[in-house]
Design a protein around this ligand. Structure first.
Ligand code: GLU
Length: 467
């Protein structure tokens, strides 16, 4: 069988949208699940939309996400260059070949003219003014150096179609298609042209991309036909949504992969969850490492309905992944977040990490959870009458008056000693453990709930602070 070759073809226009990363992930999985190659191609022909640093961002994101490409601008390969602007000169000969065969033509219409007719023609399309220019006219315009674009000569009748793995046979009436621009006035190919030429020259077997391209693919197929090239397998992927009616948006800070990394989601959790937004393994298994995804993946389990990227579900995955980290790794990852609230406060992070690991859902929630250790929050006296704490001011006062001198007397400030001494005193007093420890926890933390109980908190705070 022919070796599978997939490509991820981002445009360097900014950060990486979660949906784009998912596309890359599926492309990677398709290739790797069948021993194929995953290729990175940078599509930078739209010079106006370029954002500085975006290419590095793409490399970093793919690396961080564990999507290692086999060929690409940075790693090379036999089908380079892998940046479209560096391939600029490769496209024109193909366009000229189509001109010779009558399948494309030069269009000398000015921008102003195009704008005018766009407003006037129904559907806003190009009126094909230059399609049948006499050869002398073309020669004259060329001699005068009038700028031109090259347009595809789309048949005006009949059907253009292709087969999509998920959506089946997609056909459009040629009459509805525009004579799309293949080469722009600056000599750069459009995406529409370049993607076809490159996918062919790079031997791409499976084209996977966002659903927004599905209506253009019939036109691309006309180009494949015009060249007599074999078409790739097409898989158009549904949009990744926040909910049934909203896309993930920049403005809500939930659209980009980097948004989640910054918030302290783990890559493994993101990738695992992202794989399931639009694909299922055919059973109810939820946890997959990248290798396991490669093993389990198959295109026919991709979904046709919009993928809902449910942040709560992602958070649940993340908490599970955090729980499974080994303790040292957790400490390493949590330290900068502890620092945000506790830098210089002398808190033992190792012990704090032990308390926090099972309680961390997302790292950016950690500072607020541990801040009380560095600074006593505003007291809410209501806590001492709280039903949940089964306490009231008299009981609390009695418990604290009993425990304070005991705490004062502890010389060896270790958790074991604190525990043994306090428990002995409580037992001796006949109070229930909770009756004595609830008020203690509230008193030293200023909170109703803390990671860990009164004794652990007391130890972390140190004796002076506790008193
Ligand atoms: N450069 C296009 C994009 O970023 C790629 C589309 C494709 O994969 O063909 O949306």
């Amino acid at each position: 069988m022919e070796k599978i070759r997939t490509r991820f073809a981002p445009s360097p226009t900014g950060f990486m949208h979660v949906g784009n990363l998912r596309t890359a992930l599926y492309e990677y999985l398709v290739a790797k699940s069948q021993g194929g190659k995953f290729i990175l191609r940078i599509e930078d022909t739209d010079r106006e939309r370029l954002v500085e640093g975006a290419v590095d961002f793409i490399y970093n994101t793919l690396e961080l996400a564990g999507l290692k490409h086999d060929e690409g601008p940075d790693v090379g390969g036999d089908f380079g260059p892998y940046v479209q602007s560096e391939r600029k000169d490769m496209y024109l000969p193909y366009a000229e070949q189509l001109i010779k065969e009558g399948k494309a033509y030069r269009c000398f219409c000015s921008k102003e003219w195009l704008e005018k007719i766009q407003n006037e023609t129904v559907g806003g399309g190009y009126d094909r003014h230059c399609r049948d220019l006499p050869q002398e006219e073309i020669d004259r315009l060329l001699a005068e150096g009038v700028p031109y674009v090259i347009r595809q000569n789309v048949p005006t009748s009949g059907e253009a179609s292709f087969d999509d793995v998920l959506y089946g046979h997609i056909a459009v009436d040629c009459a509805e298609l525009d004579d799309m621009i293949l080469i722009k006035a600056d000599g750069m190919p459009t995406y529409n042209f370049a993607n076809v030429i490159d996918d062919h020259l790079m031997g791409i077997t499976h084209v996977m991309r966002g659903l927004e391209y599905i209506s253009s693919t019939p036109k691309y197929n006309l180009l494949y036909e015009a060249f007599g090239w074999e078409t790739p397998v097409y898989v158009h992927l549904t949009t990744v949504m926040r909910d049934a009616t909203h896309k993930l948006s920049k403005r809500d800070g939930d659209a980009y992969y980097s948004d989640y990394v910054e918030k302290g989601y783990l890559t493994e959790a993101l990738i695992n969850y992202l794989a399931l937004v639009g694909w299922n393994p055919g059973n109810d298994r939820e946890f997959f490492t990248m290798d396991e995804l490669v093993e389990a993946f198959s295109v026919d389990r991709l979904s046709k309905s919009p993928g809902i990227f449910d942040v709560d579900k992602l958070t649940w995955f993340n908490a599970e992944y955090i729980r499974k980290l080994d303790a040292d790794k957790y400490l390493e990852l949590a330290t900068p977040w502890f620092d945000k609230a506790l830098a210089g406060k002398g808190i033992d992070y190792k012990r704090l990490a032990e308390l926090m690991q099972t309680r961390t859902e997302v790292f950016n929630r950690v500072p607020d959870m541990v801040r009380f250790l560095g600074e006593l929050p505003e007291y809410d006296v209501e806590m001492f009458t709280n039903k949940k704490a089964k306490t009231n001011p008299e009981v609390a006062k009695a418990a604290l008056e009993m425990l304070r001198p005991v705490i004062e007397g502890i010389e060896d400030w270790t958790e074991t000693t604190i525990h043994d001494v306090l428990m002995a005193k409580i037992a001796e007093s006949g109070m229930k453990n909770a009756t004595a420890l609830w008020p203690l926890r509230i008193a030293i933390s200023g909170l109703m709930s803390t990671p860990g109980g009164a004794i652990e908190i007391a130890w972390l705070l140190g004796k002076d602070e506790c008193l």
